[in-house]
Design a protein around this ligand. Sequence first.
Ligand SMILES: NC(=O)c1ccc[n+]([C@@H]2O[C@H](COP(=O)([O-])OP(=O)(O)OC[C@H]3O[C@@H](n4cnc5c(N)ncnc54)[C@H](O)[C@@H]3O)[C@@H](O)[C@H]2O)c1
Length: 294
Amino acid sequence: MAQIKTVGVLGAGLMGHGIAQVSADAGFEVVLREVDEEHLTKGLGRIEKQLSRAVEKGRIEQSGADALRGRIAGTTQYGELADCDLVIEAITENLPLKLEMWREVDEIVKPDALFATNTSSLPVINQAAVTNRAERFFGLHFFNPAQVMKLVEVVKCVTTSDEALAAGVAFAKQLGKLTVQTKDKAGFIVNRLLVPYMLDAIRAYEEGVGSIEEIDAAMKAGAAHPMGPLTLADFVGLDTLGSICDVMFDEFRERRFAQPPTLRKLLAAGWYGKKSGKGFYEYRGEEPVANPGI
Ligand SMILES: NC(=O)c1ccc[n+]([C@@H]2O[C@H](COP(=O)([O-])OP(=O)(O)OC[C@H]3O[C@@H](n4cnc5c(N)ncnc54)[C@H](O)[C@@H]3O)[C@@H](O)[C@H]2O)c1
């Protein structure tokens, strides 16, 4: 299998910008593609902000930050991905969108390149099957923030060759990540366990077991979690969480994966969590405050 030198990343949102940054940090050349200049500038801006913070804190030299940033080329054109050795998608969690994107990208990118999806919940095989390289397609599931979180779930779908899977594992290890291989089942390992937990926290709130702050404070202090489940839902993005629930409910037909009414209401209001400034909390001032509108 050809050596990976250039990595294409699709989507510069919450996950894509982080995957681009860790890949460039590990020395790979990166081509980062977004739908338009506005989204691209926002994603690149996030990377630049984190690099300046790292320089300020003395974690990296200015020259190192410049070199890392220099390895990331932003684009809105699929054509720029043509010579990539590995393409990782981190676009919106929506199967029709992902399929439309892969059909186009598969025509452009060199035939021996590897393809990977960062999907949180969609079965990998559905995406692999629309490409002409289903044996070189696998899941690389990073966690948020990708710059910090150690784990990458590597997902083998029924068509993935052992060689391609090994290349995926080796790539994630080169990024300094811990890899765990999982089967191609909606939610893989982490979301299979974590999503029902976040949904139960929302149901506990609906039943009046505790307030938003009380539920979060209890799980932080009582279970030594770094953040409470409702803060975590806001960080994941409530739109992404809603899509994951729908995929998992569709797959397993179990109530524990169904969207609770409060989540539906927040989504209908356009409150997607931290990234939109409002979710279970409002993120306007120094400290988040529980959203009084819920
Ligand atoms: N949010 C999380 O905690 C998390 C964790 C792991 C995996 N994921 C998965 O990563 C993927 C992205 O999630 P996110 O949270 O970064 O979403 P996001 O909404 O923050 O970002 C998605 C980005 O994709 C862009 N996009 C849409 N179509 C595109 C295309 N054809 N080409 C290039 N860019 C395109 C959008 O403009 C948007 O900026 C989803 O599949 C999600 O399930 C999310």
